[in-house]
Write a new protein. Structure first.
Length: 44
């Protein structure tokens, strides 16, 4: 029982870390897109 519990906790932590990394990536991409939109709107 204890082993299964620890394994599930480890998988949960791993998934949380993956999700956090994806959120960082998404945020960076969103900022990039915003800059591209701003840049394209100001240049002819």
């Amino acid at each position: 029982y204890q082993d299964a519990y620890h394994q599930l906790r480890q998988e949960n932590d791993d998934l949380r870390n993956q999700l956090a990394q994806r959120e960082v990536t998404i945020r960076a991409l969103t900022i990039q897109l915003e800059h591209m939109k701003l840049g394209s709107s100001t240049s002819p």
